[in-house]
Design a binder for this molecule. Structure first.
Ligand SMILES: NC(=O)c1ccc[n+]([C@@H]2O[C@H](COP(=O)([O-])OP(=O)(O)OC[C@H]3O[C@@H](n4cnc5c(N)ncnc54)[C@H](OP(=O)(O)O)[C@@H]3O)[C@@H](O)[C@H]2O)c1
Length: 264
């Protein structure tokens, strides 16, 4: 079996830490470089001698083997620069961190093509969540009133979630515009109706301690309602998806691909 040589940016985070352990347990994923500013200069895991570095550039320079795949799990403020550094070094990125703008995504796609590399941008690495999005797209064929409630822990940096935006994209591919309730709706308290996406789907973001990552897509029609709900109870649910992306990304066509479904 040909192993992929893995760089993890954000290896000390809530996502990065369990993915370090996943790599150490999987012969097909050989961990060769990690970043964490907090742990820079120290071992990233008790079962490995690999050290963390403060930046992607440093981690690549000190990698125990040239990385072939880079997993980006840091922060909206750093994801773009880290992905560019990976591409410059000929590394195929698997991007889990949210916060890239449409412009930045376009730029990443162009840079990947010019370097003859493939990359994956995955708003949600959980298979159940991908199915939730797929079922929501299917239901959009039959319902023209829909709203999304996404619920996350209160440390999440951005709103709405990448998953809710991806859900909207998939629903809009089936129905470009959902119904507006009435033209004169008035918010007594600004924001009460949530954010409105391009296709007129309202998105409500809940942030509370105790939550992990949850989403409901609600469809309403005369006399009936359909709710499609997915719950991630802990970050273990993402690890198999990240591993799958790492194993498949380099076999994709050059350019940036979206969603775990690309490799499912
Ligand atoms: N695609 C998915 O399925 C999925 C699921 C959950 C989360 N996410 C996304 O993945 C990213 C990481 O999530 P997490 O829960 O693991 O976050 P976290 O616990 O805060 O970890 C962030 C990691 O990035 C590093 N980092 C580097 N620059 C940073 C900066 N400027 N600010 C904060 N941290 C920085 C941190 O280490 P140092 O501070 O030591 O450098 C740490 O290792 C987020 O964007 C989150 O939205 C994606």
């Amino acid at each position: 079996m040909n192993a992929e040589y893995i760089l993890i940016a954000g290896a000390s985070g809530k996502m990065g830490t369990p993915f370090v352990a996943t790599c150490l347990d999987d012969d097909a994923l050989c961990l060769v470089a990690t970043t964490s500013r907090r742990l820079a200069g120290t071992k990233i895991h008790a079962k490995s001698d690999l050290q963390a570095h403060a930046s992607v550039e440093e981690a690549i320079a000190h990698a125990t083997h040239p990385p072939t795949v880079g997993v980006e799990l840091t922060h909206p403020s750093t994801v773009y620069a880290n992905v560019l550094a990976m591409i410059d070094a000929g590394i195929a990125p698997v991007i889990g961190a949210t916060g890239l703008t449409a412009e930045q995504e376009k730029d990443i796609d162009a840079k990947l093509k010019s370097k003859q590399l493939a990359g994956l941008l995955v708003p949600n690495f959980s298979i159940g969540a991908v199915l939730m999005m797929r079922f929501a797209a299917e239901a959009s064929r039959y319902f023209n009133h829909a709203e999304i409630i996404e619920l996350h822990h209160n440390q999440k940096a951005d709103a709405p979630s990448g998953t809710s935006l991806r859900t909207v994209q998939m629903m809009q591919a089936v129905r470009p515009n959902f119904a507006v309730i009435n033209g004169i709706e008035h918010e007594t308290l600004a924001g009460a109706r949530g954010a409105t996406s391009e296709g007129k789907i309202h998105i409500h973001s809940v942030r509370l301690p105790g939550l992990v990552a949850h989403q409901e897509v609600l469809f309403g029609d005369l006399g009936q309602m359909l709710t499609i709900r997915h719950d991630s109870f802990n970050r273990d649910c993402f690890m198999a998806g990240i591993a799958l992306c790492c194993k498949k990304v380099r076999s994709l066509e050059h350019g940036l691909h979206h969603g775990l479904e690309t490799v499912m």
